[in-house]
Design a protein around this ligand. Structure first.
Ligand code: TYM
Length: 335
């Protein structure tokens, strides 16, 4: 993975929760770009099963989803020869660093996290402490590996900015310890919206039919979801913040076909919404077909997946341990 003699490549870290159905928001906002950029970076991708526990999970389903998500990432082109791909709970240092960071972060900083506010609102008093401290575990994920860049969708930007703030605060209090990471948000596809309600982000936890397109959805399911996508009563097909449904479909078209905004608008000039939807559905089906084929092969061999994930965790653990030892020395714990 490292090429001795060559200039060191920047380190990329990103993570995905192995829950719900991995949808085209996750794919276009994150996973597809991780795969496409692998040659430019030293890559570390993590299935963040400990983050998944911040809301109640069925244990058997969570374990199964961890394999499913690993297979999806590999099928999407994450290449184990170029990237580490491991399960968060396999490396105890993630939880360990999160504790040290919890003694650096303030309650106020965590209270400002919009994702926490949104999720906690739904659950009121029942919301878990882990949901509140979730951004610290995410900061630990990133800081453990001396990460330079964190490619994520727009919804995670605030968490990466908190990570930067914590790293800076730590460095100024205890001395230079952490590399300050940079969030990298794609110009298009950073926020794919729900098909049923284009004012809300497409989300894994929304189970309603017609909300999301899962990367493993069959062609008929994709057609049905896209054809019933909510639009407005207008007719013109162009990017317009006042018309989020059409704008969302055009963005999906752009990322699925690699078109520019001008190309996308020109493609649908004088066309109706029906044509736009049909074209988007077929573009998604084409984009996802090879992924789904590879997925089915990979998913059959759970033992091979497990071996790969374990080997990757074993290979990267020493880096995490080195960071923890530096942190402990800096903070004065241990002997
Ligand atoms: P998660 O599992 O919710 O999402 C995985 C990735 O998909 C992006 N994403 C989207 N992009 C575009 N449109 C959408 N509708 C959409 N929904 C999700 C997310 O921004 C993310 O990049 N906290 C993270 C996981 C995490 C992590 C990390 C990420 C844990 N530790 C360290 C980076 C670095 C999360 O819950 O992502």
């Amino acid at each position: 993975m490292t090429n001795p003699g060559a200039a060191r490549k920047p380190i990329v870290f990103s993570g995905i929760q192995p829950t719900g159905q991995i949808h085209i928001g996750n794919y276009f906002g994150a996973v597809k770009r991780w795969a496409a950029e692998q040659d430019k970076y030293e890559n570390i991708f993590c299935l963040v099963d400990m983050h998944a526990l911040t809301v109640p999970q069925d244990p058997a389903v969570l374990r199964d989803k961890t394999f499913e998500t690993a297979a999806i990432l590999l099928a999407a082109g994450i290449d184990p020869a170029k990237s580490h791909l491991f399960v968060q709970s396999d490396i105890a240092e993630h939880g360990e660093l999160a504790w040290y960071l919890s003694c650096v972060a303030s309650m106020g900083q965590l209270n400002r996290m919009t994702q926490y506010k949104e999720k906690a609102e739904k659950q009121r008093e029942g919301s878990r402490v882990g949901l509140f401290t979730y951004p610290l575990l995410m900061a630990a994920d990133i800081l453990l590996y001396r990460t330079n860049e964190v490619p994520v969708g727009a919804d995670q930007k605030q968490h990466v900015e908190l990570t930067r703030d914590l790293a800076e605060r730590f460095n100024s209090t205890f001395g230079e310890t952490f590399v300050i990471p940079q969030p990298v948000i794609p110009p298009v596809g950073a926020r794919i919206m729900g098909l049923d309600d284009p004012t809300k982000k497409m989300s894994k936890s929304t189970q309603k039919a017609g909300h999301a397109v899962g990367v493993l959805d069959a062609p008929d399911v994709i057609r049905k979801a896209v054809m019933s996508a909510k639009t407005d009563s207008g007719t013109e097909i162009r990017f317009d913040p006042e018309r989020p449904g059409v704008t969302n479909l055009l963005s999906i078209y752009m990322v699925a076909t690699g078109s520019s905004q001008e190309e996308a608008e020109a493609r649908f000039e004088d066309k109706g919404y029906g044509d736009l939807k049909r074209t988007v559905a077929e573009a998604l089906i084409e984009e996802l077909r090879p992924l789904q084929e590879r997925y089915r092969e990979l998913r059959e061999d759970a033992a091979a997946l497990s071996t790969l994930l374990t080997a990757s965790a074993n290979a990267i653990r020493p880096t995490a341990r080195t960071t923890i030892n530096t942190v402990k020395r800096a903070m004065g714990v241990g002997h």
